[in-house]
Ligand binder design. Structure first.
Ligand SMILES: [Zn+2]
Ligand SMILES: [Zn+2]
Ligand SMILES: [Zn+2]
Length: 764
């Protein structure tokens, strides 16, 4: 996939934050020598948070620098986390080791880290006292964020406080030369947490290694096993077993949304997927995320129901000793999906899991190390030759995003879907783990407890609260009850500010915010917006031509309704008699009421949503008429162009209307209707290309050099890569997301930035 355009800015700057055992081990001189060897300019220093470095030079050399930081590091150093952000060059001369930054030493809560190679070796060594022990960890790996109740990070302040260390463990813990010196969750089979297998009613049926073997047997037999991991439960089934995967779908009420896979090893992961250098690094990184990888054509052995019709697979490797042992025992990939029912938060407690996952899991592989807070699997993909984090959770949360200025303490509460919260502390923004859609009591409780945890972990007292403008969002309603000064931020403005923040950009910029929906300043549903963002706020300079959403939420679930509404805009009542798949997708008794709805605008809001336009075209192409999850139709439109190389576009019109420029999709609809192409991949490519053409045309009329891409539509790799290369070809500087999701998971960061800019304006 991808538009096959090279992503070579001439010169780039990368900022790298490296955390782990990287201080006092010759890491700074190593970075210095590496930069010298590659001829890069910049600096390296030690900060409270670890080693921070910036390097500037030719883009491929800078990429090599990032790769070699990890590959060639000093032998005794351990990298627990490496986050690289590509930024504009600022013209460094030479490379220097800078003085360590002083300032407040703020203890950083580390994320949960994948098991290190030394610990993996121990659990598979029959001669080691931790042979087959599923809770093995050391200073360089293991649980952190999910078990820490308070700072300072001591065993007493973790959920490990209930386990008294045995003599051997205590000895390691006190020995400065030991790998487990002050490893707070240190444990062994004699003194630490234990594994058990419970039946569907929560009755113990096996213990310790027998429990693991029995769980593996259950998976082999096609059963659904709930496994208590690091930040919550997974549901696992044999990924090769079509019946088992289908059964899990039925029980979890998840019809088609792709499942993630856990592969026993890196080598086995690569038997079903291909992976670039960046993707290979991500798979094996301490963050251990789900990496979206292109499926190898002709790869067999996986059940079709794992990710139906999807040319990519979400793959992760085992991240804990328990998962290593289980997957080694199995020797084949398993589906590993979060242990919850549809959109509820994942289960973290085994007793609660037995209740909530009753009827879903056949058996429960559990342990007695409590999980203090839920942390889902993170999701990443490669876009434009860089990492793009789509869900920031295990392995990343709660590491901060580093900014250039000291910030006023603001707490941002995010949006409604894919909710996260964020706190501005000093020069950093701490973004919470993925909380989820604030739709049910469970996720609202999780939201409240994350806010509480943030305040206590960071000893943080906000001066103001930032939230969305939508009065119905539970996050907005919560903000209103705090009694603190509120900064309400328009949804798409927040998206653009979020992307600006992680790219260290100052206004003015032209922002392209394309997503499903957010409340606009005029009371309609926005989502296909182009905003001129200045320090004073924003002006809506262009948007998709408005259309109607008959049935509102129902139209989100039924792309055919959106397609019909778009046809209704063009053809009025004639739309209902057109000989098209979308019209035939309705029964006559369904069409009548829809016509009335559209005519009388009953429960039919106006929208400019780009996400819905993707849905409409998926319906016009008869790829998807009714969706089983949000974003499915748009995803399938992206899938349709896999492997297609078509550089053409459809005609379009930019209309100069009284409120803004309108990006008019009507010629695109007409072209798709009158020039039917048998290959939906070609139509999909041309559709994507046309949207990009329209945005570039608006950018040309605006003349603002910096163009910022945000919103859920930019999870789409083809769209993002095409937009970036086309903007560059026209002389613009495009910016997109890297460490923070383009979807609503990034809103909280943007809301923080809006509050900062408002504060600056008041001071002037
Ligand atoms: Zn370790
Ligand atoms: Zn012990
Ligand atoms: Zn959004």
């Amino acid at each position: 996939m991808g538009s096959n355009q090279p992503f070579t800015d001439d010169v780039v700057r990368v900022q790298v934050a490296i955390r782990g055992a990287v201080q006092g081990v010759g890491f700074r001189p190593f970075v210095y020598r590496l930069a010298q060897e590659l001829g890069l300019c910049g600096w390296v220093n030690n900060s409270a948070a670890g080693v921070l470095a910036e390097a500037e030079g030719a883009a491929p050399t800078v990429q090599a620098f990032v790769r070699r930081l990890e590959a060639d590091r000093p032998e005794i150093s351990i990298i627990q986390s490496l986050e690289a952000t590509f930024l504009d060059p600022i013209g460094y001369a030479g490379f220097e080791i800078r003085e360590s930054t002083g300032g407040e030493k703020r203890a950083l809560v580390m994320p949960d880290l994948a098991t290190c190679p030394a610990c993996v070796a121990e659990i598979f060594d029959p001669g080691n006292r931790r042979y087959r022990y599923p809770f093995t960890n050391c200073t360089n790996c293991g649980p952190r964020f999910s078990i820490i109740a308070a700072l300072p990070y001591d065993r007493a302040a973790t959920t490990m406080h209930r386990f008294a260390m045995c003599e051997a463990c205590a000895h390691e813990y006190q020995d400065p030369s030991d790998r487990r010196f002050h490893a707070q969750p240190n444990a062994c089979p004699a003194c630490g947490p234990q594994l058990a297998l419970w039946n569907g009613n929560g009755r113990e049926i096996a213990r310790q290694h027998d429990a693991l073997v029995a769980a593996a047997e259950a998976i082999r037999a096609g059963k659904v096993v709930a496994v208590k991991g690091l930040g919550g439960f997974h549901l696992m089934v044999d990924a090769r077993n079509e019946c088992a995967v289908r059964e899990l779908r039925t029980r979890k009420r998840r019809e088609e949304k792709p499942f993630a896979l856990m592969a026993p090893s890196f080598e086995l992961a690569l038997t079903c997927c291909s992976a670039s250098d960046i993707e290979r690094r991500l798979l094996r990184s301490p963050e251990c995320p789900i990496v979206l990888l292109p499926r190898l054509p002709g790869a067999t052995g996986l059940a079709a129901a794992v990710a139906p019709g999807n040319p990519t697979l979400g793959v992760m490797l085992p991240g804990t000793p328990l998962h290593h042992l289980l997957l080694r025992e199995l020797g084949f990939p398993v589906v590993a999906t979060s242990g919850n029912l549809s959109e509820e938060p994942i289960c973290t407690d085994e007793h609660e899991a037995v209740e909530r996952l009753r009827g879903i899991a056949d058996v429960f592989l559990v342990h007695d190390r409590p999980i203090l807070r839920h942390v889902d699997d993170s999701v990443v993909r490669e876009v434009c030759g860089r990492e793009l984090v789509l869900r920031r959770a295990r392995g990343f949360a709660p590491l901060p995003i580093q900014l250039d200025n000291v910030l006023t303490p603001v707490l941002a509460l995010g949006g409604h879907q894919k909710n996260t919260i964020a706190a501005a502390v000093d020069q950093q923004v701490f973004i919470s783990q993925h909380i989820g859609d604030l739709e049910n009591e469970g996720s609202l409780q999780a939201f409240k407890s994350v806010i509480g945890a943030f305040k206590s972990l960071y000893d943080f007292t906000p001066e103001a609260i930032a939230c969305d403008v939508h009065p119905d969002y539970l996050s907005t309603q919560y903000a209103e009850k705090t009694g603190l000064p509120l900064v309400k931020v328009q949804h798409h403005h927040a998206h653009i500010l979020s992307c600006m923040a992680e790219n260290h950009l100052r206004p003015p910029v032209l922002g392209i915010a394309w997503d499903g929906s957010g409340l606009g300043s005029d009371g309609t549903v926005w989502g296909g917006e182009m905003l001129h963002v200045t320090s004073a706020g924003f002006r809506r300079v262009a948007h998709m031509r408005p259309f109607l959403l008959p049935g509102n939420a129902k139209a989100v679930r039924e792309p055919r309704r959106v397609a019909l509404a778009i046809l209704y805009e063009i053809f009025s009542d004639k739309a209902f008699t057109l000989d098209l798949p979308v019209v035939r997708a309705f029964t006559a008794t369904e069409l009548g009421p829809l016509q009335t709805m559209l005519r009388q605008r009953l429960n039919t809001p106006t929208t400019t949503s780009a996400g819905r336009i993707f849905d409409a075209f998926a319906s016009l192409l008869n790829l998807r008429q009714v969706a089983s999850f949000e974003g499915q139709a748009a995803m399938e439109l992206e899938f349709a162009l896999a492997g297609t190389k078509d550089d053409n576009s459809y005609p379009y019109v930019i209309r100069d209307e009284s409120d803004a420029l309108w990006m008019d999709w009507e010629p695109v609809v007409r072209a798709v209707m009158t020039e039917p192409v048998s290959d939906p991949g070609i139509v999909s490519a041309r559709f994507h290309n046309t949207l990009v053409d329209m945005a570039v045309e608006v950018a040309k009329r605006m003349g603002e050099k910096n163009v910022v891409l945000s919103g859920g539509c930019f999870q789409n790799r083809y769209l993002t890569e095409r937009m970036v290369s086309r903007l560059r070809a026209s002389g613009y500087r495009p910016y997109w997301h890297q460490r923070v999701p383009p979807n609503d998971g990034g809103l909280a960061l943007g809301q923080i930035m809006a509050a900062q800019l408002q504060g600056e304006m008041r001071k002037d």
